[in-house]
Design a protein around this ligand. Structure first.
Ligand code: GDP
Length: 362
């Protein structure tokens, strides 16, 4: 599956966010093949299109697609030097595909700040420094390992070593690699090192209920993110935790009273999704209407492989109706009658919202 690690200094609201995400979470029994670790939340991807499809198909079951959030607590200054449980946490971050960096943008005298004052710039720098120093360690170890092959004239090793030499001073200064400007080709060359500061990152600005506007802390986070080309999602984690406790009916009443279209969590989940370059396609049978996640640019066989590897291996073709056609015409048969039902082969690039039926050999 696809996942996003939640990092940040202590007391910034990470657990509050994580608990809200897991509370709003799904019935684990629908996903019997997932082992759920205590620090992993499997969160349904909010998608109103799924309900629209269900209205038409009237299936026995409706299943959203999901994204995993991993609570990575305990990242403190000195983690890269093995301070606290530093190394374990850095190893946890290494396993995630994207990073949600929670930044405290609220005042609350009852909640102690680890550095005694709310200061988003310094907080962000503290975390980024630890991640960059972990990357520096990776750079130095990798460089050492390459020395012999470089001497032997190995072209790949020479090219990789040259990149490592260029990025070394950048990470040594505590700067994230995502602001270094590596080309796509260079990024591919260093991919296997799993650099932490090269992972797609978003800042979750944790604000008070009234802190979405005229909030100097939030302005600072926006400024830093703009410099780095990172994403910012302002959320009031405390409010989200309260919303997550409500049942569906109470929730929609509460949201409309607050003048909100949707829980702020939905924005967090969607941001994680787009950070990873993901999109959704649907299968719509009478037994089950279901959303599935694939990378943008995935081919039809790759998309089939998300359901089952046999679907990919034995792929014959995909029968596709675009979501808009499926809904506006009122289902598969109607789409067929209107000439909107397509047969696609193994070169087909799946589009967001495609309603797909795969044909395959077993
Ligand atoms: P963590 O250490 O980063 O996991 O932080 P927690 O989620 O445990 O939050 C630390 C404290 O801040 C808790 O007492 C929360 O109730 C409080 N808190 C979290 N989010 C907010 C918020 O948006 N506003 C206010 N005022 N307090 C918050």
């Amino acid at each position: 599956g696809f996942n996003c690690g939640i990092v940040g200094l202590p007391n910034v609201g990470k657990s509050t966010l994580f608990n809200a995400l897991t509370k709003s979470g799904i019935d684990a029994e629908n996903f019997p093949f997932c082992t759920i670790e205590p620090n992993v939340g499997i969160v349904p991807m909010p998608d109103p299109r799924l309900d629209k499809l269900a209205e038409i198909v009237k299936p026995q079951k409706v299943l959203p697609t999901t994204m995993e959030f991993v609570d990575i607590a305990g990242l403190v200054a000195g983690a890269s030097k093995g301070e606290g449980l530093g190394n374990k946490f850095l190893a946890n971050i290494r396993e995630t595909q994207a990073i949600a960096h929670v930044v405290r943008c609220f005042d609350n005298d009852n909640v102690i700040h680890v550095a005694n004052q709310v200061d988003p710039r310094s907080d962000i720098e503290t975390i980024n420094l630890e991640l960059a120093l972990a990357d520096l360690d990776t750079v130095e170890k990798a460089s050492q390992r390459l020395v012999r092959s470089v001497k032997g004239g190995d072209k790949d090793a020479i090219a990789t070593k040259a990149i490592l030499d260029r990025i070394q001073p950048h990470v040594a200064e505590g700067l994230p690699l995502r602001s270094f400007g590596l080309s796509e080709e260079e990024q591919r060359q260093v991919k296997s090192f799993g650099f932490l500061t090269l992972k797609p990152t978003m800042y979750i600005a944790n604000v008070n209920e009234d802190g979405f506007e005229n909030n100097p802390y939030l302005d600072i986070v926006n400024e830093i993110a703009a410099e780095e080309g990172a994403l910012v999602v302002p959320v009031c984690n405390q409010l989200e935790a309260e919303i997550a406790e409500l049942d569906d009916e109470e929730r929609s009443m509460f949201l409309s009273e607050m003048g909100m279209d949707e829980p702020g969590l939905d924005r967090v989940i969607r941001a994680g999704y787009s950070l990873l370059g993901l999109q959704t396609y649907f299968t719509a049978g009478v037994k089950e209407v279901r959303a599935w996640t694939v990378k943008e640019g995935a081919t039809a066989p790759e998309a089939a492989g998300v359901i089952h590897t046999d679907f990919q291996k034995g792929f014959i073709r995909a029968e596709v109706v675009a979501y808009e056609d499926f809904v506006s015409l009122g289902g598969e048969q109607a789409a067929k009658d209107a000439g909107k039902w397509r047969l696609e082969g193994k070169e087909y690039i799946v589009k967001d919202g495609d309603v797909v039926h795969f044909r395959f050999n077993v």
